[in-house]
Design a binder for this molecule. Structure first.
Ligand SMILES: *[C@@H]1O[C@H](CO)[C@@H](O)[C@H](O)[C@H]1NC(C)=O
Ligand SMILES: *[C@@H]1O[C@H](CO)[C@@H](O)[C@H](O)[C@H]1NC(C)=O
Ligand SMILES: *[C@@H]1O[C@H](CO)[C@@H](O)[C@H](O)[C@H]1NC(C)=O
Ligand SMILES: *[C@@H]1O[C@H](CO)[C@@H](O)[C@H](O)[C@H]1NC(C)=O
Ligand SMILES: *[C@@H]1O[C@H](CO)[C@@H](O)[C@H](O)[C@H]1NC(C)=O
Ligand SMILES: *[C@@H]1O[C@H](CO)[C@@H](O)[C@H](O)[C@H]1NC(C)=O
Ligand SMILES: *[C@@H]1O[C@H](CO)[C@@H](O)[C@H](O)[C@H]1NC(C)=O
Ligand SMILES: *[C@@H]1O[C@H](CO)[C@@H](O)[C@H](O)[C@H]1NC(C)=O
Length: 463
């Protein structure tokens, strides 16, 4: 199945050129007036046939982007309007006025500019390196997909100082996901969950800050991933692909660096064989390198902790006394189970909510303590200090005691952790459980809560 057939008229325009670097990268030139559409030729293909720009199916409709042709499948490396819903059809046109537009099939609705190029383009091109560009009359690049990276960089596409990659929601939904890789202007390359900027939320960093450098992240055709400073000779190698393993006369490797939907940064090699075999995808390098999927901060929301299941997936669990804030979305975090039912009516035998401390072992958390009692505080004292402090929600003890408020962040199961948590849990006094009527009903709810808390305590102790 080859949905992207190059029209004859276009083959005439395949030339070798790259005036900016001097390096020869073959390209398919797309003159003004050219168009593709979802019912006919869906894409413009680079001369090697490896890269294409155009419509690809996503969800119920189509997205517009650039992909690597990997056998029967495709690997998306760039997407236009990634956060808009897919389009139902239509065409992409390089107009006579030099703008690249998506034109809907339904004549009534409004088209959309795919690039906000400052000047009108005289031609476009899809290059053999995966770059899709708009040229002016002097063949200067007006706009390129390499200039606006999304979740992936390709060889030749640098991540410049101040730029970021944003992960996709999933392999099949390329809208902005949960993680970002920031090439910070302090010289550090850092991964964070989206919506956070504090160093405590970072889950990986290149450690290249504070040297007064503005670094560029670069991937070479041979799979070398490195950082360099344009103004000095400073370079830092992040990964060197073993050429003796990757090069062979019978195959050809295409590399890409992608911040994946799960928050891991992976360097992939797509190996194409000269003879018949289906292409192979290899992971050459990844960070965080432990492949600890729970080490990616933000996998689980506040007050929950992450665990890698037997199948290698992640799952989130609430702290004891908490439940998922959205029952269907276990990655969104947890809130306290409401301790309704306490009337505070002492003549009823109800002496109001009572607090207890529920122990959780073998987890680790981000430490955002608001108070640290003296170093000499023992574990038992730590628990008691928190219990008697209204503001304290959780006592955290490892080598020292600390008092924490909610939310607790970035929790994960960690068998090498010596951290013990004591989670304050509220329940109504036991004497009130003898009361009849609605009070009794409330108390049954409370008893259930206590049972749940105790049950989760048992589960946790067994982990
Ligand atoms: C460009 O295309 C020509 C003709 O197909 C080929 O011989 C040459 O190796 C290509 N150059 C590059 C850099 O891929
Ligand atoms: C290089 O140095 C010049 C002059 O000091 C400065 O203006 C420029 O921002 C620097 N560029 C980079 C990428 O460090
Ligand atoms: C990879 O290519 C770069 C140029 O892009 C070159 O400087 C480097 O030596 C090459 N590395 C290997 C291992 O071949
Ligand atoms: C690359 O792989 C070859 C073959 O497995 C091995 O002999 C060689 O030591 C490796 N080189 C490096 C630098 O790891
Ligand atoms: C949870 O998912 C089920 C099945 O997809 C759906 O019927 C239900 O409405 C959802 N509930 C909430 C609270 O989103
Ligand atoms: C407290 O409980 C007693 C006995 O059940 C009842 O008579 C009284 O009205 C209650 N007071 C309040 C404020 O609910
Ligand atoms: C946990 O405690 C044990 C025994 O006290 C100690 O040997 C170990 O190094 C500690 N682990 C960590 C991660 O602190
Ligand atoms: C915590 O993990 C360690 C190591 O797997 C295990 O020996 C210990 O029993 C666990 N503790 C609890 C309370 O589950």
């Amino acid at each position: 199945m080859v949905p992207y057939i190059i029209p004859l008229s276009l083959i005439l325009f395949i030339i070798q050129a790259n005036p900016s670097t001097g390096a020869q990268i073959n390209e398919t030139t797309i003159p003004q007036g050219s168009q593709i559409n979802t019912v006919g030729t869906q894409s413009w293909v680079s001369p090697s046939g490896r890269f294409a720009f155009g419509f690809y199916p996503e969800g119920e409709g189509f997205s517009i982007g650039v992909w690597l042709v990997t056998g029967a499948t495709r690997t998306i490396v760039w997407t236009a309007f990634r956060d808009d819903p897919p389009v139902s059809g239509g065409s992409i046109l390089l107009t006579a006025g030099g703008s690249l537009q998506w034109i809907p099939a339904n004549q009534g609705s409004q088209g959309k500019l795919i690039s906000a190029a400052p000047n009108s383009a005289t031609s476009a091109a899809i290059l053999d390196n995966g770059n899709f560009v708009l040229y002016d009359a002097k063949k200067q690049v007006l706009w390129s997909t390499f200039g606006s990276p999304m979740d992936t960089i390709l060889p030749g596409q640098n991540l410049l100082p101040g730029n970021q990659l944003f992960s996709s929601i999933s392999n099949t939904n390329h809208a902005t996901g949960k993680y970002r890789l920031s090439n910070q202007e302090d010289g550090n390359l850092v991964m964070y969950p989206i919506g956070t900027v504090d160093p405590g939320s970072a889950y990986w960093a290149s450690g290249t800050f504070g040297q007064g450098l503005l670094l560029t992240l670069s991937l070479d055709l041979n799979g070398t991933l490195w950082l360099f400073d344009r103004n000095s000779s400073y370079t830092k190698m992040l990964f060197l692909t073993n050429q003796s393993l990757s090069t062979s006369p019978d195959s050809e490797s295409y590399y890409r660096l992608t911040l994946d939907a799960d928050g891991l940064l992976r360097l992939y090699a797509h190996v194409f064989f000269k003879k018949g075999r289906e292409p192979l995808t290899k992971i050459e390098w990844l960070e965080p390198s432990s492949n600890d999927r729970c080490g990616v901060k933000g996998v689980c929301g506040p007050n929950s902790f992450c665990q890698v299941t037997a199948s290698g997936e992640t799952s989130c669990s609430c702290l004891p006394g908490f439940e998922f804030s959205s029952a269907n979305q276990t990655t969104q975090g947890c809130w306290r189970v409401r301790t309704g039912g306490c009337t505070g009516n002492s003549s009823n035998g109800d002496i109001g909510p009572t607090a207890t401390m529920v122990m959780v072992k073998n987890t680790s958390w981000s430490d955002l303590s608001y108070n640290v009692p003296p170093q000499t505080t023992t574990m038992e004292e730590c628990k008691a200090i928190c219990l008697s402090d209204c503001a304290c929600e959780i006592a955290m003890f490892d080598t020292y005691c600390s008092k924490q408020m909610l939310p607790m962040r970035y929790g994960k199961i960690d068998h090498s952790s010596n951290t013990t948590l004591f989670v304050k849990s509220l329940y109504c006094s036991a004497s009130a459980t003898n009361s009849p009527g609605t009070q009794g009903l409330h108390n049954i709810k409370m008893l259930n809560l206590i049972r749940r808390v105790l049950a989760s305590d048992r589960t946790l102790s067994m982990i």
